[in-house]
Design a protein around this ligand. Structure first.
Ligand SMILES: Cc1ncc(COP(=O)(O)O)c(C=O)c1O
Length: 439
């Protein structure tokens, strides 16, 4: 399903949010988040389903509480994400950590406390296993293991996490070594985890099911759960198609049932969506601060008070996000979902931010070339809303590049109210850890 400025996020809500909280500002639609959580929880499965929200996509406290309140558990990428979620009131027993970190010192002690609190730990490297084997045996906890299956898929090359170019998980070539080490320490792997990448073709996600079941059957006799990771494609743009969760679930169910017939093993299924839960619930509202024309054969630039520091995805991945132009009074001037319906004059324009960086555009191809997009001609003081910005935008924002502060975050509650859920960063906060030399 695609989003547009319809439903609860009306152009009037955009203008009201901007007036109340200033621009740039991230706006999240609680109803959309809840609806996505429910879609994931309804994913067909054979012998039970665990849905963990990959909180790296957006770790805002209020969103974590909404998502956990819907019954999703959490997938963590770092110890700090665990600490953060715990502070948001979510117990460790609802978390699973799958990280590149090799915790030592205080981190190791904290990790042990988290494991004692019920957190599941996924081993992602031989060194992690060596480092944490005694923690796992002392606490008699079963482990999960992340396997790199050798085949991945992502929205861009840099989002593929499942092939030989990716350092994630234990590669098949090292699995036996991990098994021998685990056995020598009396440890068992109860959950086998694969995450092949983000935003790739759902067909490859489906094909991976066979590959992962095969790996589980060959190497992991104690596993009772198979974790297919996240990576469900979301459609941010009008020409994109989102992954069909029902269809993927039915396919997985069929495969898990056949596996049961063949092996007698009833595997629970786990998934870890990040993007799918929050991407289309988010809007980055930016104010138009200037405009420029680069001459005949050049471009019409619209300059915003937000850009690569608030949404890095176009520069990082060549990702596309839809644009809406909203007047300062709250009228929709253009939407990429409805270009034909607009009665204002539309033309191809280039949306850029205010960073001193020529890649600071919100519409680039994979090589960094600017791609003009059709839209209305806003005036200074109007708004350009960048859609599909709920995942990996605020969370991945560049920290204070050009000394621009982190934008505030606002929730459009299911009751229709606008609530500030994170204030904008102040200059004092940005500078608070700096000190003069010799101090
Ligand atoms: C281990 C793991 N699980 C889940 C996810 C979530 O992926 P997505 O946001 O594409 O659903 C990621 C993202 O990179 C990941 O690394």
């Amino acid at each position: 399903m695609t989003v547009s400025l319809k439903g609860p996020v009306t152009p009037q809500v955009i203008a009201e949010t901007a007036r109340k909280f200033g621009t740039p500002v991230y706006l999240y639609d609680e109803r959309e988040i809840i609806s996505k959580c429910r879609q994931m929880l309804a994913m067909p499965n054979a012998f039970g389903l665990q849905v963990r929200y990959a909180m790296k996509a957006n770790s805002s406290r209020a969103l974590l509480r909404i998502i956990a309140g819907e019954g999703l558990n959490l997938d963590l990428s770092s110890l700090n994400e665990g600490r953060r979620a715990f502070r948001a009131g979510i117990p460790y027993s609802r978390m699973m950590l799958t990280s590149q970190e090799v915790p030592c010192g205080k981190d190791r002690q904290d990790l042990e406390a988290m494991i004692q609190g019920g957190m599941t730990y996924t081993v992602c490297s031989i060194r992690q296993l060596e480092t944490l084997a005694d923690v796992a045996s002392r606490n008699r906890v079963p482990l999960a293991v992340r396997v790199n299956p050798g085949v991945g898929a992502g929205e861009s090359v840099t989002r593929n996490t499942g092939d030989k170019y990716s350092s994630f998980g234990i590669h098949l070539a090292n699995i036996q070594k991990a098994l021998d080490l685990a056995q020598s320490r009396g440890l068992v792997f109860k959950q086998v985890h694969v995450h092949i990448g983000s935003g790739g073709d759902p067909k490859l996600w489906r094909e991976n099911i066979d590959r992962e079941l095969d790996i589980l059957e060959r190497f992991f006799p104690d596993a009772d759960t198979i974790n297919f990771g996240g990576g469900f494609k979301e459609s941010r743009m009008p020409d994109e198609t989102a992954a069909d969760i029902q269809e993927l679930g039915r396919y997985a169910r069929k495969k898990l049932e056949s596996f049961h017939l063949k092996t007698g093993r009833e595997l629970k299924m786990a998934v870890e969506p990040g993007t799918f839960i929050v991407a289309n619930a988010g809007y980055l509202i930016a104010g138009v601060i200037d405009e420029k024309w680069s001459g005949p054969g050049g471009f019409e630039f619209i300059i915003l008070d937000a850009g690569m520091e608030s949404n890095t995805r176009p520069l990082l991945y060549g990702s596309r996000h839809p644009f809406y132009v909203v007047s300062r009074e709250g009228a929709l001037l253009s939407s990429e979902f409805d270009l034909n319906a607009m009665d204002v004059e539309l033309d191809y324009r280039v949306v850029v931010g205010r960073c001193c960086e020529s890649g600071d555009s919100q519409s680039l191809d994979y090589q960094g070339h600017i791609i003009p997009r059709k839209m209305a001609d806003p005036s200074v003081g109007d708004y350009v809303v960048i859609g599909g910005t709920g995942a990996y935008c605020s969370a991945m924002s560049l920290s204070n590049y050009n000394s621009f502060p982190k934008a505030p975050e606002v929730l459009l509650g299911k009751d229709g109210s606008l609530k500030l859920i994170r204030s904008g960063q102040t200059l004092d906060q940005m500078l608070q850890n700096e000190m003069d030399e010799g101090q």
